[in-house]
Every structure is written in C-alpha cells, then in structure tokens.
Design a protein around this ligand. Sequence first.
Ligand SMILES: [Fe+2]
Ligand SMILES: [Fe+2]
Length: 352
Amino acid sequence: MADKKEQEEEYRFTFPPPSSIYLTTHLSFPVNPMKLKKLFERSVQIGIDADPRGRKFIEKMLKKELDRSKKLEGKEKELYDMERTWNPYSDSRILWGDDNTEVKRLMVGIDIETQEFLLADRLREKGEKIDAVMIHHPEGRALADLDKVMPLQADVYLQAGVPVNHSENLLRPRMDKIWRAIHADNMFRSERTAELLNIPALGCHTITDNLVWAFMEKAICKKQFDDLGEIMNVIFEMPEYAYYAKKGNPPIIVHGSRSSRPGKIVATEFTGGTNGPDEFIEAQSRAGVGTILAMHFTEKEVEKGKEHHLNMIQCSHMASDALGINLLLDILSKEEKKLDVLEVSGFVRFKR
Ligand SMILES: [Fe+2]
Ligand SMILES: [Fe+2]
C-alpha cells in the first residue's frame, strides 16, 4: 500500500493513463483481473460515451486542459490536479487505495461516509470479502470540485432547446453559490476513514448520472405518450422505481395530472452535479418544453414550474441513482465476469 504522498507522485508521472481518452469503446478491454485504477478509468470512459456533450467535444476539452497544464508554473503548477487532463468528471475519482488492488467484490452505495466504511470494516471482520467500495454522492476531493462539473448542464438544456448563451449565463452564479456552500464543509472525513481502515474506494457521480440521463432520453423523451399517466406507467415498469415504489418512495407527479398531455418531454434534472438555477424552469418553458422529468426538484423549482405551466415528474432520487449505477455495473460486469456486488446505502442491484 503506497502512502498518500507516494500515490500522488505516481499519479503525477503516469497521466494521462494508457487507457484514457484515446481509446474508444470499440476496443475490447483486457480487464481480467480488474484492478482499481483500471476499473475507474473504464468507468470514466463509459461516462464519456453517455455524456450529453459527446466524446469529440470532451476530447477537445481535455486536450486544451492538458496544453494549459503544461504551461503552469510555480504555485499553480504545484497545486494543479493532473486528473483534470484525462478525467472530465471533477466529482468522480479514486478516493483512496492502491491502484493495483484487484477488485472482484465491490461494496456499492449511494452515500458512503464514515458509518458505511465502519460497516465495511465490520463486515470484513465477520468474513465478508470486500475488495473496494464504490460511492455515488461525492466525497473528499470529488465533493470539493462538485461545482466544476456543472457546465455540462448547458448541453443538457441545449438539447431541451435552451440557447447555450442563456444557460451559461444562468449557470455561473449558481456554480459560485455551490462552490461557496461546499467550501465551508468538512469534506475529507470519509476519505480519512477509508485511509485509516485501508479500504480502497472510488467515487462515480456524474459518470452514472450521465447513464441515467441517456437512458431516460431513449426510454421516454424520444417516445410519444398520450398523457403523463402513460409515462408514469413506463417509469413504474423499471425495476429500480418499482422496488422503491413498493417501499413507499414512488415516482410522483408534482405538477400536472395523469391525464395531462406531455408536450415536449425532457430529462434535464438527472445529470450535471446538482440542481441548476431556478431560472432554468422558465427558460425551458420558453423553449417549448411541456414535461420535465427529474430525480428531484427544489421547492423553488416547483413554484416556478407551476407559474410557467410545466408538467413535472419527480422520479425517486435514490431509485434514479441506483439505476445509473446499475447501468455502469452492467457494462463493467460484461467486461469483468468475476465482478460481484454487495449492495448498501440505498443501492439495489438489478441487471439488464
Ligand atoms: Fe446521482
Ligand atoms: Fe443523487
């Protein structure tokens, strides 16, 4: 096990990693046995393939970032996060662990904090095999940099018809607000717990949220429905939503009714770090949107949605996050047949 300093040194000299942006999904990955670093690099690539910005845009963005990083000097160079030159998801990264850890059994949860790491340690003591932990909601450095993934929202809204200049201008103050809010948090407690208990951990946030967005686009937004009731029926058919509905956490229509006609359907609140600015609601109404699907709406968004006559469906937050993780695990398990999952903290495994 390399200590933190050694690990950082290694990162500095091995980026960009061999299986980074320059490889596409057309190539097969010899990932047997799957190592921690490979597992994460592959997850990043899967996230890129489902990204609303498209792979070409991202490759260009990363190339610019790499060029910029080479010109840095002094303190800026010292503090620079080399991860940014190959991983476009600032809210997703390896939190702790030796890159070469073989991962056959993964403990997966939506929120993994100190208590879940203690649970992993306790289970290990009782003989449960856990090679690494996969986290959805960002922790540590991934949380510190959450706001930096938000520009992706401009492309989600562009596809909903909102001009990119509008989105960018609306996003900036919201990103500043998120940055300042997180800035005051005690962000590295879970990371330190993983380190002390020596439990390898990786976080995949926007990576799996992209997968849910792409899935909803295909399964619902691109199809025709007579009313919201028909859309709700399709959502209830999805195993994650059915599971959560049975437990008392179903998808809900927060504005509109089962008989309302949907108009143009968008899934704008599934990826991009966190909720965008409230003004996006009015912007979508002006862009001709009829129905918004979301993991969750803020109260202000619901208020704005009512004001601008938008139908709003709030799919269960946890079921949506579980769906995204399942879509990632489906791809990873096809490439690494031995990958086995232990579900915790809101995650429930359904294979497709
Ligand atoms: Fe999520
Ligand atoms: Fe979430």
